[in-house]
Design a protein. Sequence first.
Length: 366
Amino acid sequence: MADVVLKNICKSYDGKINAVDNVNLEVKDKEFVVLVGPSGCGKSTTLRMIAGLEEITKGELYIGGNIVNNVPPKDRDIAMVFQNYALYPHMTVYDNMAFGLKLRKFKKTEIAERVNYAANILGIEELLSRKPKALSGGQRQRVALGRTIVRKPKVFLFDEPLSNLDAKLRVQMRTEISKLHNKLQTTMIYVTHDQTEAMTMGDRIVIMKDGLVNQVDTPINLYNNPTNKFVAGFIGSPAMNFIHGKIVWNNELSFKTNNYPELFKFPNSVNRDLKALENKDVIIGIRPEDISLEPKSEKSVKMTITIDVIEQMGNEIFFYFIVEGIQFTARIPSTHLPVEGEKTDIYLESGKLKYFDTITNDVINN
């Protein structure tokens, strides 16, 4: 087992495009870390540099305390699971899983022991004689996982391994991978663009954008304490709502936007907390679940809106409304049924509001 340390890692193409820019990250031994971000953010490039499939332009990469910048992929003691499974179609499942061990001249008895051990963990013992074309997408992904398990590497790397599966199977497979991590107790680094995968699987999550690391933290801390507007908007489904305006004082604090001299008033109980933001342009963020049709406390902020669209989701309801040309999403229990086109009061939990700088987009700790 091993830790993985990235020190000032950069990747540029033709000396001009920084696909990855000064990434510093320490993945502890046996930790499950997820790299997540939109397409083109540099997460897969970072993973490929760890694997040795991309050359590092600048910086140092350590695996198990040893610098590996110039170490070939085969000598890094890592195993990688790809998005497209990369199985040999003419080989059986057994031979696909055993192939890497045969190349390394393992004895037949040890190969059989390792393959059967991996097949047992993954529940694919009855598939060992089949070929990939006779398998479902989920079964093929299990075989790809089995091929890495038999290697017993120090580090497992996953590059969007579930993106080819349907929604139901993705849910099943992500729980399987989480259970696999608990059984093997091995360092795992997982790349995905799906924030739900990241939130449910990772011990820690690395949020990337434009080649930069924006925040590294546990899922719950990322959700509750984002450091900037991008992280706040990326983590959470439905996404956080944002609106640009100014906090002003006119006998009491209120929030002003372009078309609303007083979109809502802050309760007196929070005036002192917000005094430092008076007359400042800010971006306010509020999560959909922190909007309700009834006040939850004395710190609830009242706002009058017109309900645009309602979506009934079974045990909950999403409703949408427009403020300053921006669509807001609210998430409420199905015990309340609003009416489309209805003008109504809604309540925002002021203690859940996040405030962001309009220039840097960093969170403001008022």
